[in-house]
Design a protein around this ligand. Sequence first.
Ligand code: GDP
Ligand code: FO1
Ligand code: CA
Length: 322
Amino acid sequence: MKVTVLAGGVGGARFARGVREHARRSGDIERIDVVVNTGDDWWLAGVRIWPDHDSLLYTLAGENDDERGWGRRGESERVAAELQAWGVTPPWFTLGDLDLGTHLARTAWLRAGETPSQVARRLGTRWDLGVTLHPATDDEIDTHVVVEGGDRMHFQEWWTRHRASLPAIRFEHAGIAKASPAPAALAAIGAADVVLVAPSNPVVSIGPILAIPGMRDALRRAPAPVVGVSGIIGGAAVRGMADSCLAAIGVETDAAAVARHYGARSRGGLLDGWLVAEEDAASGPALTADGIPSVAVPLWMRDADTSARLAADALAHASTLR
Ligand code: GDP
Ligand code: FO1
Ligand code: CA
């Protein structure tokens, strides 16, 4: 079986690690592809930074700083201190020394004329990831946030500097109208036996992937069932600030509301199936949102076991659909 996952950073990486663990245990999965959000990407100090891609890369390589949630474990910050002293990076965005090695390598390949997909392929060869990472697009679609009062800033400034505390009015992606899905990402969606939507931030992680012209069509046409996992547990966004993002687009921080936001594939939306937490299912009369068959399963990804189990539950649900 071939599994393709749509993913953002921390939640996406934990989920991808769970799919890989389930694959190792079951022996049922021959290939795992991950279509990665590129909306968080930006240029800083002359280098191209891919936060969600690098969260996946480092987590799957066992090199992630799990406590902090981003960057490399055992990191040092000597160069970062110099960059900040020169004023070339702001004090709220730190490029660790080891991490900078990744940014420099990536930027060198990009400057040599490789596409982001080609560069991701190279970055994926250093460690045995067991998963292939694909940027959702080869075009730059950096997310910008328009906040109350009309100021517009890069997503990283809103998220990292302001901790998503400035009320957002909307999210924009300069140049997205002319963007297209990366061919390798499209191929992974088309070839999949199951497409899984990780419990990533629906607005700023999954949202930019879906906003790429042609991506929604590709997902609608995919022969595989598309099953999503809720990142909202007990009415709260766990390990993140997804609630500020959902508020900006008028969606409640609620698992069923997120499923309705994604929409049923049978009605032109994204999902054939949806996984919610047991506590969210218990409060409602039915396990369906907007006609999307839903099941209640344990959603917390605490360790290899719970993450692998969640992946297995998502695949089991998919096998009952379409
Ligand atoms: P980011 O790009 O680093 O913000 O990470 P993602 O967008 O991939 O994932 C962030 C989201 O993952 C959070 O908003 C949570 O809703 C979700 N999340 C984090 N940990 C868990 C977990 O253990 N279980 C589930 N179901 N969702 C989680
Ligand atoms: N997040 C922070 O809160 N502070 C930082 O200084 C920071 C630096 C950083 C450098 C490289 C990278 O790939 C990610 C980094 N992040 C940092 C995390 C990241 O900006 C966000 O959490 C995500 O983009 C949201 O998914
Ligand atoms: Ca992200």
